[in-house]
Write a protein that binds this ligand. Structure first.
Ligand SMILES: NC(=O)c1ccc[n+]([C@@H]2O[C@H](COP(=O)([O-])OP(=O)(O)OC[C@H]3O[C@@H](n4cnc5c(N)ncnc54)[C@H](OP(=O)(O)O)[C@@H]3O)[C@@H](O)[C@H]2O)c1
Length: 267
């Protein structure tokens, strides 16, 4: 496993398991298979299942890096503190490793202040944001006493989002890629360039893409509910893409998002 050190010294595994639409059994299986980074969110509606999976696994809580997120309605209603407590209860834990503002809903700057308080109290080890453009990051940075440790954004070979990644990295904000494999139902993994690279390195297309993210310094947590895919998605630490092949994957960029634009999301 590789690790990334966040701007407050906290260390996060660079590869984990995506929590969207995941069951208790899938998360427990991932933990049994050496996954130690779990990405969930209040909005996924499965924090209770994630909490159960952690409790039932034989892995110690302190060996797990647990991320969850504050949903937009809670931001708008000024319920950050309450929403955080509710997440703790559902997850059956007394701290969160990384707590993120899920989307920049109106009031996110006020939510950030509450998160800073929870961070100082030791209830959260690192605080960050998700789906933030440069303008949102700059607004937070104007008044923040604790700088965001992470920005979790859409990024995959069809939408590399490289400019934003470069900006974050220059500012010391670690980047996490969501939909790292192009998301559910995507045909990305059937792409001819990836097939050629998979053949060249004796790997799967998914492994090539995960390795590409890792070599860019990005943190990833592909979602799979299948044991064999969990195993193979982890098999990315025994090869390296050449600079030319890194560039080839980067050239697949079509600048087309799968998800909503943070400037204009309707939820
Ligand atoms: N912050 C945000 O706004 C945001 C938004 C979206 C997602 N996320 C986070 O990012 C995580 C990952 O994103 P995602 O779940 O949307 O998409 P993803 O990880 O890019 O793709 C998941 C899809 O790829 C399939 N898959 C996984 N490994 C595979 C393999 N080796 N070969 C072939 N197919 C494979 C999965 O199918 P099976 O399960 O059937 O294997 C699933 O349909 C989420 O789970 C969530 O934690 C955050």
């Amino acid at each position: 496993m590789y690790y990334v050190e966040l701007n407050n010294g906290v260390v996060i595994p660079q590869l984990g398991i995506g929590g969207f639409a995941q069951s208790k059994d899938a998360i427990r299986q991932a933990l049994e298979m050496r996954y130690r980074l779990i990405d969930t969110a209040a909005q996924y509606g499965n924090e209770a299942e994630v909490g159960e999976a952690i409790r039932e696994s034989r892995v110690k809580r302190e060996d797990i890096f647990l991320t969850t997120k504050l949903w937009t309605e809670d931001i708008r209603q000024g319920r950050t503190y309450e929403a955080f407590q509710e997440s703790l209860e559902r997850l059956q834990t007394d701290y969160i490793d990384l707590y993120l503002i899920h989307w920049p809903a109106e009031g996110y700057d006020k939510a950030w202040k509450v998160m800073e308080g929870l961070y100082r109290e030791g209830k959260i080890r690192a605080i960050g944001v998700s789906n933030f453009h440069v303008c949102h990051l700059d607004k937070i940075r104007e008044t923040a006493e604790v700088m965001p440790a992470v920005n979790q954004i859409e990024s995959h070979p069809r939408f590399c989002n490289q400019e934003l990644i470069d900006y974050c990295m220059r500012k010391g904000i670690a980047v996490e890629a969501w939909c790292p494999l192009g998301g559910a139902g995507s045909r990305l993994l059937q792409d001819g360039t990836l097939a050629k690279l998979a053949d060249k390195y004796g790997k799967t297309a998914a492994q090539v893409v995960i390795r590409w993210h890792i070599q860019r310094g990005v943190i990833v947590f592909p979602k799979t509910a299948h044991r064999e895919r969990m195993e193979s998605n982890m098999g990315v630490f025994d090869f390296a893409l050449s600079d030319e092949d890194m560039a080839l994957v980067g050239e697949m960029d079509r600048g087309k998002r799968i998800g909503a634009d943070p400037e204009d999301f309707g939820f």
